[in-house]
Write a protein that binds this ligand. Structure first.
Ligand SMILES: NC(=O)c1ccc[n+]([C@@H]2O[C@H](COP(=O)([O-])OP(=O)(O)OC[C@H]3O[C@@H](n4cnc5c(N)ncnc54)[C@H](O)[C@@H]3O)[C@@H](O)[C@H]2O)c1
Length: 317
C-alpha cells in the first residue's frame, strides 16, 4: 500500500493547486455531488480526536481523515493538529493509500481562506493580519499571498516568542513585509483581510478593533462554546460559512450570538459553495464587514488527497 509522509507531500503539493482543488470541491458540494456524513468528535484527555469521512463524485476515491487537536502538543514538540487520511478506492472499497495529513490539513485550511477571500475580501486588499502564529497561521499567510498582491502582513500571537519566530520565518518566505504587532487590536487596525487561527476559547477580535471594510476568515474554533470573534463583529457582518448545518452544530462564533439573542440562524447569508457556483454574490458595493467562518469540512481533505495522489503519480513519470 502507498504510504506518503508529510515530508513527501510538502515537496509535491503546492498551495496554488490546493486552492483550485478546494474551490472545485465546494462547487461539487453545492451541486449535491459530495457525501459527507457528520464527523465524530471524541474528547480525550488532552484534546479531541475527529473522524471525517467523505466521497466526492468523480474523484475515484473516498477518504476518511483522523485528525486530533491537542493545544498543548507544541510543548511536547508535536503539532497541535496532527492528522492522517485513509484513502479507499471508490470502485472496490479497498484501502489504497495512507497519507500523513498534518501538512495537507494546514494546506487545505489555508486554501479555503483564499477561496472565501477571493469572493468576499475588499478588491485590491493590500494589508492582511494573522492572529495566531502557529502552524495554521503560516499556511493562512501563504494562501493569502497566493491569492492577493499583499504588501504588508501583521502578525500577533499571545506568545511573544511564537510571533517573533513567525515574523522571522515568514518575512523571508513570503517576500512581503511581515511585521510583529504588540496586540490583536494593533495587528488588525489597518487590515483589509484578517485571519484568526488560534486555539483561543474567547474572542480575539472585537468589532471596535476593525476598520469599516474588512474581510475576516475565522478558522480556529470548532466547538460550540469556543469562539474567536465577538458578538458585534458577527452581528454586523455579512456571514458566510463552509456548511450551514456544521456551523450551527460546532461554531461557537455563531452559536453564542444566537444564544444571546443577537442573531438568528437566518443571519447566515450563504455557504461558500453558493458563492463559488455564482448562486449568490460575494462582496458587493456597500458591504462593510464580511466574515467567513470555517469549522473545516471533509470535502477539503478529499480534494487535497486526490490532488496529492495525482501529483505523486506525476512525480514518478
Ligand atoms: N477550520 C479548520 O478547518 C481548521 C483546520 C485545522 C486547524 N484548525 C484549528 O486551528 C487552530 C490552530 O491550530 P494550529 O495547528 O495552528 O495550532 P498551534 O498551536 O500551532 O497555533 C495556535 C496559536 O494560537 C495562539 N493563541 C492561542 N490563544 C491566543 C490568543 N488569545 N490570542 C492570540 N493567539 C493565541 C497560540 O499561542 C498558538 O501559537 C486550532 O484550534 C485548530 O483546531 C481549524
Amino acid at each position: 500500500m502507498l504510504i506518503l509522509r508529510d515530508s513527501d507531500l510538502e515537496r509535491i503539493v503546492p498551495m496554488r493547486d490546493a486552492i483550485e482543488a478546494v474551490e472545485g470541491a465546494f462547487g461539487k458540494l453545492a451541486q449535491g455531488l459530495a457525501q459527507m456524513p457528520e464527523r465524530t468528535m471524541m474528547t480525550v484527555r488532552g484534546g479531541c480526536i475527529l473522524q471525517m469521512p467523505c466521497h466526492i463524485e468523480g474523484l475515484g476515491i473516498a477518504t476518511t481523515k483522523i485528525v486530533s487537536v491537542y493545544p498543548e502538543n507544541p510543548r511536547r514538540g508535536l503539532p497541535t493538529t496532527p492528522a492522517w487520511i485513509v484513502v479507499n478506492d471508490a470502485e472496490t472499497g479497498v484501502v489504497k493509500a495512507l497519507l500523513e495529513a498534518t501538512y495537507l490539513t494546514a494546506l487545505r485550511t489555508g486554501a479555503v481562506t483564499a477561496v472565501a477571500a477571493k469572493y468576499l475580501a475588499p478588491r485590491d486588499s493590500r494589508v492582511a493580519a494573522i492572529i495566531g502564529c502557529g502552524y495554521q497561521g503560516r499556511f493562512q499567510a501563504w494562501a493569502l499571498t497566493e491569492a492577493f498582491k499583499l504588501q504588508t502582513l501583521l502578525a500577533y500571537d499571545i506568545s511573544r516568542e511564537r510571533r517573533r519566530r513567525f515574523v522571522e520565518e515568514m518575512g523571508g518566505q513570503l517576500g512581503i513585509d511581515v511585521l510583529e504587532a504588540g496586540s490583536g487590536a494593533e495587528a488588525v487596525r489597518d487590515a483589509d483581510i484578517v485571519v484568526t487561527a488560534t486555539t483561543s476559547k474567547e474572542p480575539v477580535i472585537h468589532r471596535e478593533y476593525l476598520g469599516d471594510e474588512v474581510h475576516i476568515s475565522a478558522i480556529g474554533s470548532f466547538q460550540p462554546d469556543h469562539r474567536e470573534l465577538d458578538t458585534e463583529t458577527i452581528r454586523e457582518a455579512k456571514l458566510v460559512v463552509d456548511k450551514r448545518d456544521a456551523a450551527l452544530r460546532e461554531a461557537g462564533d455563531i452559536l453564542i450570538p444566537i444564544a444571546e439573542g443577537a442573531i438568528t440562524p437566518d443571519h447566515i447569508y450563504a455557504e461558500l459553495g453558493e458563492l463559488v457556483l455564482g448562486l449568490k454574490p460575494g462582496r458587493v458595493e456597500g458591504d462593510g464587514l464580511t466574515v467567513f467562518k470555517s469549522v473545516g469540512l471533509a470535502i477539503q481533505d478529499a480534494a487535497v488527497a486526490h490532488l496529492a495522489l495525482r501529483r505523486w503519480r506525476e512525480s514518478l513519470e
